[in-house]
Design a protein around this ligand. Structure first.
Ligand code: BGC
Length: 498
């Protein structure tokens, strides 16, 4: 071999070695990046861990905070608001009633026809529309004019514009935000939640605002009750089954109410003359306990939200926020590795990933996870390999499992407070026999997260059995109440007339 040939051969060997070197280095680098992503997932799993022992601590904390909130005004992060609802619908109500429900994402209008017996409940003309986003930070006048206008159009469809009974139409206003009531039909807004920001409305009487707007449009309607959505759900639950004593909403936001003995509402003794019971709106979205498993994603989400340091529990368990927690985890993974390809600026946009997309990815049962691929593509993340899509599903699972399990702990906390958890409860004057005798207890549940996200629902129900044990959970029935918040509040108006 000539000198030139030797030099060529040597150069070829060097080139081959360096190509191989580059490939090995790339493989090592890509493995290192994958490992860092797996680390992020592991850290998330640890941070969101909810073993039953921890859930029981949350149960106890919930029951203790309920007591504190009932004992004194401002005694707890749980406001435990009076609703002045002493009686729930019995099933004998008659007549035609209307309901308007302002929720977090939708508003609904419906008419209910009641024939005097439980089996005669006819829900007519349910209208459900997304709340136009500009209304969320408009003015109270703009918001209420819009609601009055929507009611007017609804009524126009009935025909002659006057009530078929020749009397004023009785309307229930379901308002899914915290209100300090002075009666069943009046109360002022305490604060906004779920991204609403119309600051001049805080402190205003909500029912009056609606009544004024209705009068302005010449509508022959009377705002007969103002209720929280949880109270509506409880009313429908009770109408169908008088063992219903608790109602919970898992929707854009989350909250619970329950039937409490008036003598246990210590902060209002002297004010509440009616003996018996009253529905208490807990506003549990604001519950907080050091036992809640909080991650850096929750801390950042809270700090960047429109209501920092507020509604901590809601931000871990409700539909408005689950998508954004998942987005934050994926964003971090994409920043610390290139497994999602070139970084997408869309992923940095708050709330761009909605919880219904999380549910669609989580429940994607196609072998290639095509739904996950489609949703990631909409987020500007195109063509990631199957193992990355699987990783995204895992993130959805961890975040939703924590939410479902904490939601169950919240419910068990209420059961504990009212002595229906099979244990001693926190007694506050309850007799021993009352505690020991396990009663059938129905929990009415409403809200899009619960209704539409099967995995959330399953995790919640499974954890409830885990916390209460098989024996006690036989007595606890969780019942879905579709549109309960609106239908139930119309029933409440009916029960006031009868
Ligand atoms: C509100 C509650 C409401 C819940 C569910 C929360 O953000 O504060 O009043 O019941 O959302 O809609």
């Amino acid at each position: 071999m000539g000198k030139v040939a030797v030099a060529f051969a040597a150069a070829a060997v060097v080139a081959a070695c360096s190509v191989a070197g580059v490939m090995v280095r790339r493989r090592v680098k890509s493995r290192r990046k994958w490992r860092s992503v797996v680390e992020i997932l592991k850290e998330l799993e640890e941070g969101c861990d909810t073993p039953v022992g921890r859930l029981r601590q949350v149960v106890d904390a919930m029951a203790v905070e309920m007591h504190a909130g009932l004992a004194s005004e401002g005694g707890s992060k749980l406001k435990m608001l009076l609703t002045f609802v002493h009686h729930l619908p019995q099933g004998t109500e008659k007549g035609t009633y209307y309901a308007l429900h302002l929720g977090g994402t939708y508003f609904r209008i419906l008419r209910v026809l009641l024939g005097g017996e439980r089996s005669y409940l006819d829900v007519q003309d349910v209208e459900r529309h997304p709340i136009p986003s500009h209304l969320m930070n408009s003015t109270s006048e703009v918001l209420f004019n819009f609601l009055a206008f929507s009611l007017e159009r609804f009524i126009e469809k009935e025909g002659d514009g006057s009530s078929s009974q020749g009397v004023k139409r009785e309307l229930a206003f379901t308002f899914s935000f915290p209100v300090k009531h002075s009666s069943i039909s009046s109360g002022v807004l305490i604060k906004w939640t779920k991204g609403f920001e119309i600051s001049e409305m805080v402190g205003k009487d909500i029912a009056e605002c609606l009544q004024v707007a209705l009068n302005r449009r010449g509508l022959d309607m009377h705002v007969a009750v103002l209720v929280n959505d949880t109270v509506g759900a409880l009313s429908l639950g009770y109408y169908h089954d008088p063992d219903t004593v608790v109602a919970v909403v898992f929707g854009t936001g989350s909250n619970a109410c329950y039937l409490e003995r008036t003598d246990a509402i210590i902060k209002s003794q002297g004010l509440l003359t009616t003996s018996g019971s009253m529905v208490v709106n807990m506003e549990w979205g604001n519950f907080w306990s050091s036992h809640l498993p909080r991650t850096s994603y929750d801390i950042d989400l809270d700090a960047e939200s429109s209501n920092p340091n507020d509604m901590g529990f809601e931000k871990m368990i409700s539909g408005m926020y689950l998508g954004d927690i998942v987005r934050r985890v994926i964003l971090r993974m994409s920043q610390e590795s290139d497994i999602f390809g070139p970084s997408s600026s869309l992923l940095s946009e708050p709330y761009v990933l909605r919880t219904n997309s999380v549910s669609a990815m989580h429940e994607d049962d196609t072998p290639e996870l095509q739904e996950v691929a489609r949703i990631l593509k909409d987020l500007g993340v195109a063509e990631v390999p199957l193992k990355v899509r699987k990783l995204v599903v895992k993130v959805c699972d961890v975040v939703t499992r924590r939410a479902g399990r904490l939601a169950a702990a919240g419910i068990a906390g209420i059961l504990k407070k009212i002595g229906r958890d099979g244990g001693g409860g926190i007694t506050s004057g309850r007799s021993r026999s009352e505690i020991q005798m396990q009663k059938r207890t129905v929990v009415a549940v409403e809200g899009g997260l619960y209704m539409n996200y099967t995995m959330f629902r399953e995790y919640m129900e499974e954890a409830l059995v885990e916390i209460l044990g098989e024996d006690v959970s036989q007595y606890v029935v969780v019942k879905a109440m579709e549109d309960g918040s609106s239908i139930g509040s119309a029933l409440l108006v009916a029960s006031l007339q009868s």
